[in-house]
Design a protein around this ligand. Structure first.
Ligand code: VIB
Length: 233
């Protein structure tokens, strides 16, 4: 079985859980509250910058010119998506540059982006690509599932069309092929680490949506009433 076939089998249940998450069901039927999507778009803009840095770092360790170009190109592509899609929704929903600048990455967002960057910076390229792959795979999976049911006037149509589209499909297929090539050349322990990295990032995709749905943020300790601070006894 190829690396891709293996990890898809190992993570099939989690991928199905992601498709059924409240955020994605609401995205599909168009009922997702604007405030939730606004929160998501801000967090996604933070995430994509970290994701692009991790891709650039992985590109530097890629085994040949073609894979360097592929990874570096995907990094540039991620920033372009951010500018286009996020710009569209930020303008539509009135998120200005000040609001964006004043909203830090949530714990889930920061954890995911930090994991990608740490993996790309300190592990081999196989592990880095395996960690980066669920970002591609999960979004195509979710985009296709949502497109199958979403109506034409769904307010999130631009998002749906991006991830269910042919260009994105080709990028996912290329990334899967690169992961398979790297896994074939990897030792069994490295292959095991690649599978673990893929599973971790898939779980972090779940956490990203879960956090967006709950408007996840850092604890505001200044707002905690004094009687709730300290020893619960
Ligand atoms: C949390 C999170 N995960 C995955 C994507 C999807 N995605 C955005 S850019 C890119 C690479 C090529 O453009 C991919 C796969 C996202 N937006 N946010």
């Amino acid at each position: 079985m190829s690396f891709i076939e293996t990890v898809l089998q190992e993570n099939a249940r989690l991928c199905a859980d992601i498709r059924a998450m409240p955020f994605n069901r609401a995205l599909a039927d168009g009922s997702l509250p604007q405030a939730v999507f606004q929160h998501y778009i801000i967090q996604d803009a933070h995430y994509l910058e970290g994701f692009a840095r991790a891709l650039a770092r992985a590109a530097a360790g890629a085994p040949d010119a073609e894979s360097v170009a592929q990874l570096a190109g995907s990094g540039a592509g991620a920033i372009a998506v951010e500018r286009q899609l996020h710009g569209h929704y930020m303008a539509l929903f009135g998120v200005d540059a000040q609001t964006f600048a004043a909203t830090p990455p949530s714990p889930a967002c920061e954890h995911y982006a930090s994991f990608l960057l740490a993996t790309a910076a300190t592990r081999g390229v196989g592990e880095a690509v395996a960690a980066l792959l669920p970002c591609f795979w999960v979004y195509r999976d979710v985009g296709n599932a949502i497109q199958a049911t979403a109506s034409a006037d769904n307010p999130y149509r631009a998002w749906i069309d991006t991830y269910a589209g042919e260009d994105f499909d080709a990028a996912v297929t290329r990334m899967c092929a690169l992961a398979d090539r790297l896994a074939e050349a990897a030792s069994p322990p490295e292959q095991a680490r690649m599978r673990a990295a893929f599973a971790k990032s898939t779980l972090l995709e779940w956490m990203f949506w879960d956090s967006a749905w709950r408007l996840g943020a850092w604890p505001d300790t200044a707002a905690t009433p004094p009687q709730m601070k300290g020893d619960p006894s």
